[in-house]
Design a protein around this ligand. Structure first.
Ligand SMILES: Cc1cc2nc3c(=O)[nH]c(=O)nc-3n(C[C@H](O)[C@H](O)[C@H](O)COP(=O)(O)OP(=O)(O)OC[C@H]3O[C@@H](n4cnc5c(N)ncnc54)[C@H](O)[C@@H]3O)c2cc1C
Length: 305
């Protein structure tokens, strides 16, 4: 990796890059400053069979204590964080870099009078992560608004995919096979102040359902195929508040797992080993108990690396 030393560091602790605040290191952590750097790195990795993964804001990723091999790529540099719009009226098109925070993308769209995505406000993450996970609520997912996506393939080439060439399913998409670079959304023209009010309402509701913003937290499960909410099922089988080691099911919303802070030391516990295993055991316990008591299978929402 010597030739990439201007933007690749070795043995980087991923706990600093995930919302849960725990997990091991990665062999190489890359923060390319341009598409060219990214493409050269992908080609290099492909030739040498080095696994390459992408991280957005790390809101949905669980990193094992033992760390991960290969390279983790973050698109947090300005080259991947631009937003541009295609004008008002009949063409409410807006293009965002994959590294743009979802909240910034939504507020920018609303300030342009472009409606549609304001209901997603409050979902943590980046545009790239949101598209990969097809983030959303029970009746509104980001993939519905996509026009096209520019993606770097793992062989270092670039493709532009139209919406018909992308599959969006519940909390997943076909975009996880490459590195999303930019995404263009076709939104709806609307009144800026009305959209702002709607966005504020959604924000208040979503924030009231989430644990505190300073907690190390991860959303644990998807709703079931029949639409049953994971938090309802967890409460039905009396697991709200259950704790294994340092991981606990949030008292505030049972579909979140929080890392308990030390009462005397409010720092996170990222250096302590075993906490990721606590999270995995808690997930397993919930799945087993729900299956046993209700015969319903629930799937984790988070991605385990
Ligand atoms: C408090 C809290 C509340 C949440 N509420 C919701 C909710 O209401 N609805 C919902 O759907 N989700 C929710 N989530 C889950 C999470 O916010 C979403 O999955 C979000 O879209 C993840 O974005 P991210 O940038 O953090 O992605 P990451 O967690 O960093 O990555 C997620 C996946 O996307 C991939 N990825 C990231 N960037 C790219 C890229 N550029 N190209 C290709 N792949 C990429 C990663 O490799 C990984 O597989 C919540 C999470 C938390 C912690």
């Amino acid at each position: 990796m010597e030739e990439f030393r201007s933007f690749v560091r070795s043995n980087v602790c991923l706990a600093d890059y995930v919302r849960l605040g725990v997990g091991g290191t990665v062999e190489y952590f890359a923060e390319p400053e341009s598409e060219l750097q990214l493409l050269s790195l992908l080609q290099y990795c492909r030739k040498r069979n080095i696994p390459a993964r992408v991280i957005g804001a790390g809101s949905n990723i669980l990193v094992p204590d033992k760390g991960v091999a290969g390279v983790v790529i973050s698109l947090n540099k300005p080259a991947f964080c631009d937003i541009s719009s295609g004008g008002k009226g009949s063409q409410p098109l807006i293009t965002a870099g994959a590294g743009v925070r979802l909240a910034l993308f939504i507020t920018e769209a609303v300030s342009l009078g472009f409606g549609g995505v304001e209901g997603l406000i409050g979902i943590p993450g980046t545009v790239g992560g949101a598209l990969c996970d097809n983030a959303g609520s029970s009746n509104d997912n980001i993939g519905e608004w996509i026009e096209s996506v520019r993606i770097a393939n793992l062989d270092g080439t670039i493709s532009v995919l139209s919406k018909d060439e992308i599959t969006f399913e519940y909390r997943s998409s076909s975009l996880d096979a490459g590195v999303i670079l930019t995404a263009t959304f076709r939104l709806e023209s609307g009144d800026e102040s009305e959209l702002l009010k709607r966005m504020q309402k959604f924000w208040i509701v979503r924030k009231s359902q989430q644990p505190c913003s300073d907690q190390h937290v991860i959303m644990a499960f998807n709703s079931t195929k029949t639409g049953a909410s994971a938090s309802d099922l967890i409460e039905q089988v009396n697991l709200k508040g259950t704790r294994i080691g340092n991981a606990a099911i949030s008292e505030h919303n049972s579909n979140f797992i929080v890392i308990e802070q030390d009462a005397n030391n409010n720092n996170n516990k990222k250096t302590e080993r075993g906490i990721v295993d606590d999270v995995k055991r808690l997930i397993q316990l919930v799945q087993d108990r729900i299956l046993e008591k209700t015969e319903v299978e629930i799937e984790p929402a988070l991605r385990i690396w």
